[in-house]
Design a protein around this ligand. Structure first.
Ligand code: ATP
Ligand code: MN
Ligand code: MN
Length: 372
């Protein structure tokens, strides 16, 4: 066994938060297949099955070397009969027939197209599919289709926001946010989170956390930042959600995407001049000199910064397993706001992510090792 940990010396944990998963993925051929299967299961509302595929992909991403044969999957957690059959297929034929069938399926293709629009989830996509709609042109020209504000923006900026955001663009957006924050609140901090904090070269959006040392001023700061960006004329879409945070509430048991901090989901205009080397990742034929970029800002109170940072840094699979580990292995509840120890009936405070890993009795995992 070259490069792969043998079961006797080191076993791979079933929890992503006990694995180090960098962006080098020697098993991409398998994990890509699992991710198609997971997406298809999500489209069919089979959440459990989708999760099983996502877990299998996540385990393979953490391995230091490529699988060489089906036998290499022995002893690995989260790989069941179905996922092993896919691995076997790929070893034998170089591809999985199950995956090929899905990729050529009209419903899958249409669902994938429709859900690529900002603001369109599987429910809406399926509704449109069942009405016989198949293309984006059909949706915008169909008089009976009602689009909400988010979906309207999704169609309006479709070409830009489906184009991956580069690291240079993410940092340029960060500089804009930092300058704006500096003007109003010099003590406030702006910290990169999400996929770019994990070292990704490209992302679907840019995520930053704002916070101020004076507790209770973060929500006002976020509102003023939005106002200021709007005044600069670069806001193309704004969705603001005020705080629903309650410091006494226990962390949420189930993994849910939304937290209770004040936040906003924006689309901003990023001009070529704002980029260090002056080049936007646009069509070369594009003469506008700017592109639209999705930007998320979240503003937790200072004493919750570490929890918010850990929660927004992802990956989603890493976050899921952190919470599951806390609950099942430590009798604790973790979410983006807090960590609660059930046996002590106490909240465990944290100033840094290291503090949270420490409370959980986990080795610290660097952000770039959280690409589970
Ligand atoms: P990408 O490069 O595609 O943007 P990403 O990992 O940054 O990848 P995001 O969808 O931006 O993905 O989410 C980043 C992290 O923030 C995820 O781990 C997710 O759990 C968390 N997150 C996203 N939206 C919310 C939200 N509304 N409330 C709480 N947490 C969220
Ligand atoms: Mn992101
Ligand atoms: Mn985001």
């Amino acid at each position: 066994r070259v490069g792969l940990p043998s079961t006797s010396e080191s076993t791979v944990s079933q929890y992503a938060c006990q694995r180090r998963t960098t962006l080098d993925n020697p098993n991409k051929i398998f994990t890509d297949a699992f991710e198609v299967l997971a997406e298809n299961s999500d489209f069919c509302d089979s959440k459990g099955q989708a999760l099983a595929y996502k877990r299998a992909a996540s385990v393979l991403k953490s391995l230091p070397a490529a699988l060489r044969c089906l036998g290499d999957t022995e002893g690995l957690p989260c790989l069941g009969e179905q996922t092993r059959a896919v691995v076997e297929d790929i070893f034998e034929c170089g591809r999985s027939s199950k995956v090929e069938t899905i990729l050529s399926d009209e419903k899958f293709q249409t669902m994938k197209l429709f859900t690529s629009v900002f603001g369109v989830g599987p429910k809406t996509a399926e509704k449109w599919y069942l009405r016989g709609l198949r293309t984006l042109e059909e949706i915008v020209s169909e008089p009976h289709v009602h689009l909400n504000r988010m979906q309207q923006a999704g169609f309006l900026y479709y070409a830009d926001i489906t184009r991956p955001v580069s690291k240079a663009e993410a940092h340029a957006v960060g500089r804009i946010v930092k300058e704006t924050v500096q003007e109003m609140s010099p003590n406030a901090s702006v910290v990169l989170t999400g996929g770019f904090r994990r070292g990704k070269e490209f992302g679907h959006d840019v995520d930053y956390i704002l916070t101020t040392p004076e507790m209770g001023t973060e929500e006002g700061l976020l509102l003023r930042v939005i106002d200021r960006l709007n005044y600069q004329g670069i806001l193309l879409y704004t969705e603001y959600q005020g705080s629903t945070f309650d410091a006494n509430r226990l962390p949420c048991r189930r993994f849910e995407a939304m937290d209770h901090f004040p936040k906003c989901f924006l689309i901003i205009q990023l001009h070529a001049a704002a980029i260090q080397d002056g080049t936007l990742s646009c069509d070369p034929g594009d003469r506008r000199g700017w592109r639209a970029v999705r930007l998320d800002l979240v503003a937790p109170p200072a004493d919750r910064f570490a929890f918010a940072l850990l929660g927004w840094s992802g990956s989603t699979q890493f976050e899921r397993d952190l919470r599951r580990f806390a609950r099942l292995e430590r009798g604790m509840l973790l979410d983006n706001h807090a960590l609660y120890d059930k046996s002590k009936d106490a909240f465990l405070p944290a100033k840094t992510e290291e503090d949270i890993f420490g409370h959980l009795g986990l080795e610290y995992i660097e952000p770039w090792q959280r690409n589970a």
